[in-house]
Unconditional design. Structure first.
Length: 122
């Protein structure tokens, strides 16, 4: 299984990667913005995308829209501090699969992942 983690915070990517590895996900790809993530997504079959909302070059919503043009089936989980109703509705209309609110814990990340794919037991 391949998971793509997209966040401009290196620390957030590191925590997510460590948590995903503990879930038995051996192949974790990383990108620091949506533009780089889209390049990776087009070149590599990815099973799940965790994406920050606020990033330089291409934000998470723009990335989500581009991913949905390519495939409607890959789960895209937004990692965000954006909790306003308008933002949530905008993401739902664009095809977001789920949300993970920052700051997140390894437990909450694993819970979100397990809703969409099979993960190793704790």
């Amino acid at each position: 299984m391949k998971v793509l983690v997209v966040d401009d915070s290196e620390m957030t990517r590191m925590v997510a990667k460590k948590t995903l590895k503990s879930c038995g996900i051996a192949y974790v790809l990383e990108a620091e913005d949506g533009a780089k993530a889209l390049e990776i997504f087009k070149q590599t079959a990815v099973d799940v995308v965790f994406s920050d909302w606020n990033m330089p070059n291409m934000n998470g919503l723009e990335l989500l829209i581009e991913i949905r043009k390519l495939t409607p089936t890959v789960p895209v989980i937004m990692i965000t501090t954006e909790g306003s109703r308008g933002k949530i509705v905008e993401a739902i209309q664009a095809g977001v699969s789920d949300y993970l609110v920052k700051p997140f814990t390894p437990v909450t990340l694993k819970e979100k992942l397990s809703k969409w794919v099979q993960v190793a037991p704790a």
